[in-house]
Design a protein around this ligand. Structure first.
Ligand code: NAP
Ligand code: MG
Length: 383
């Protein structure tokens, strides 16, 4: 469904106002299959070279999609591939609209989530244990000396094991990116992990965060903001009572899960934007939601859909304004900001998709279909 929205955004909101020299990479599932996923690698490398990209939601094929699209294999998550090429941190921030009150009463300001985008279960090795046997964790140093092997489990019967990793370099750049973002946004930085249980893996993250944060302590003090470490379950409890306005740094899996929780809490997945910031200073903007598959099957049946395009529009405005800043073209930045204002004004004026109409206060008399909403934005933008 997002692929259909994508085209409408370009045709209705961008092309009439901007001449963009786009390098286009078709990450549609069919084209990834045809190119043996080389197109995803090419796209990531293009972002590396050009500095900024905007990405439409993509299908991560499961068994059902492999069958539906007759795929050669269940290709990996394109986001996973892009993130392991660019490294970095994904920041997600909800779009605040006056007439969409958050589900959590205490939330008054946006809660941004900084998701570590490298490693852990997203770059794991898994094995389904067929029967009794010994699972070990083995590390062989490059010089071959001092090999370490640890017992994971002595299996008496079938089971399952997983090996995950992270690198000091990636964790340090994750901490650095979060500190920069929090200082840039003048907000508190929270980091949560489970170092009481994971005394080495999670504790390593905490150690690096604490160390990097200590180095920037005076910068935080000058702004009257602070860095806080909490156990992840405490952080979850605290966030439900907080006012918002902080950056919550999360390990990869926590960020995956918590950003959907925060997005729903602020109203809709359709109001959450996402940007991957690499240590090399490259940016990839996207909506935080997926391809909205259920709506697409309705669309295929010829039924009208009411899919929220706001996060996808903000992915474009994020990328366009970044490009404008990089190129020193303030009119381009201004256009992006104006488009964002127009989108918010359209919703505040009472025109919105079904997901928002259900939770808006006051409730609009009716909701807009996918295309009707975009047309309303286009009309305001041109006036
Ligand atoms: P999804 O596309 O995010 O949609 C889940 C549900 O959330 C939808 O069915 C819809 O609820 C609601 N929703 C999400 N975005 C919406 C929007 N813009 N407007 C209105 N409602 C919205 O997640 P999914 O269905 O689990 O995944 C579908 C595909 O997307 C999968 O192939 C997955 O791999 C992929 N995916 C891609 C990315 C990415 O590229 N960044 C991220 C996540 C998932 P209702 O059905 O109740 O209306
Ligand atoms: Mg997710």
């Amino acid at each position: 469904m997002t692929r259909i929205i994508w085209k409408m955004i370009k045709d209705k909101l961008l092309s009439p106002h901007l001449a963009i020299d786009l390098k286009y990479f078709d990450l549609g599932i069919r084209h990834r299959d045809e190119t043996d996923d080389q197109v995803t690698i090419d796209a990531a490398n293009a972002v590396k070279e050009l500095g900024v990209g905007v990405k439409c939601a993509t299908i991560t094929p499961n068994a059902a999609r492999v069958k539906e699209y007759h795929l050669k294999q269940a290709w990996k998550s394109p986001n996973g591939t892009i993130r392991s090429i660019l490294d970095g941190t994904v920041f997600r921030k909800p779009i605040i609209v006056k007439n969409i009150p958050p589900a959590v009463r205490s939330w008054k300001k946006p809660i941004s989530i900084g998701r570590h985008a490298y490693g852990d279960i997203y770059k794991s090795v898994e094995y389904k244990v067929p029967g009794a046997g010994k699972a070990e964790l083995v590390f062989t140093p490059a010089d071959g000396r001092g090999k370490v092997s640890l017992l994971v489990h002595e299996f008496k019967g079938p089971g399952v094991i997983m090996g995950i990793h992270n690198t000091e370099k990636s964790i340090r750049s994750f901490a650095g990116a979060c500190l920069n973002y929090a200082l840039g946004e003048k907000c508190d930085l929270w980091f949560g992990a489970k170092d009481t249980i994971s005394k080495t893996y999670h504790a390593f993250f905490k150690e690096i965060f604490d160390h990097e944060a200590a180095a920037r302590k005076t910068d935080f003090e000058k702004q009257g903001t602070r860095y806080r470490y909490m156990l992840i379950d405490d952080a979850v409890a605290q966030i439900m009572k907080a006012e918002g306005g902080m950056l919550w740094a999360c390990m990869n899996y926590d960020g995956d899960v918590m950003s959907d929780m925060v997005a729903s809490g602020f109203g809709s997945l359709g109001l959450m934007t996402s940007v991957l910031v690499s240590p090399g200073g490259q940016y990839v903007y996207e909506a935080a939601h997926g391809t909205v598959m259920r709506h697409y099957y309705e669309h295929l049946k010829g039924n009208p859909t009411s899919t929220n395009s706001v996060a996808s529009i903000f992915a474009w405005t994020g990328a366009i304004s970044r490009r404008g800043e990089m190129d020193g073209t303030p009119e381009v930045v201004q256009f992006a900001r104006r488009l964002e204002q127009v989108v918010v004004a359209t919703i505040e004026g009472g025109t919105m998709t079904k997901d928002l109409a259900a939770i808006a206060e006051p409730k609009p008399g009716t909701f807009a279909n996918t295309e009707v909403f975009l047309d309303a934005v286009a009309k305001r933008l041109s006036s």
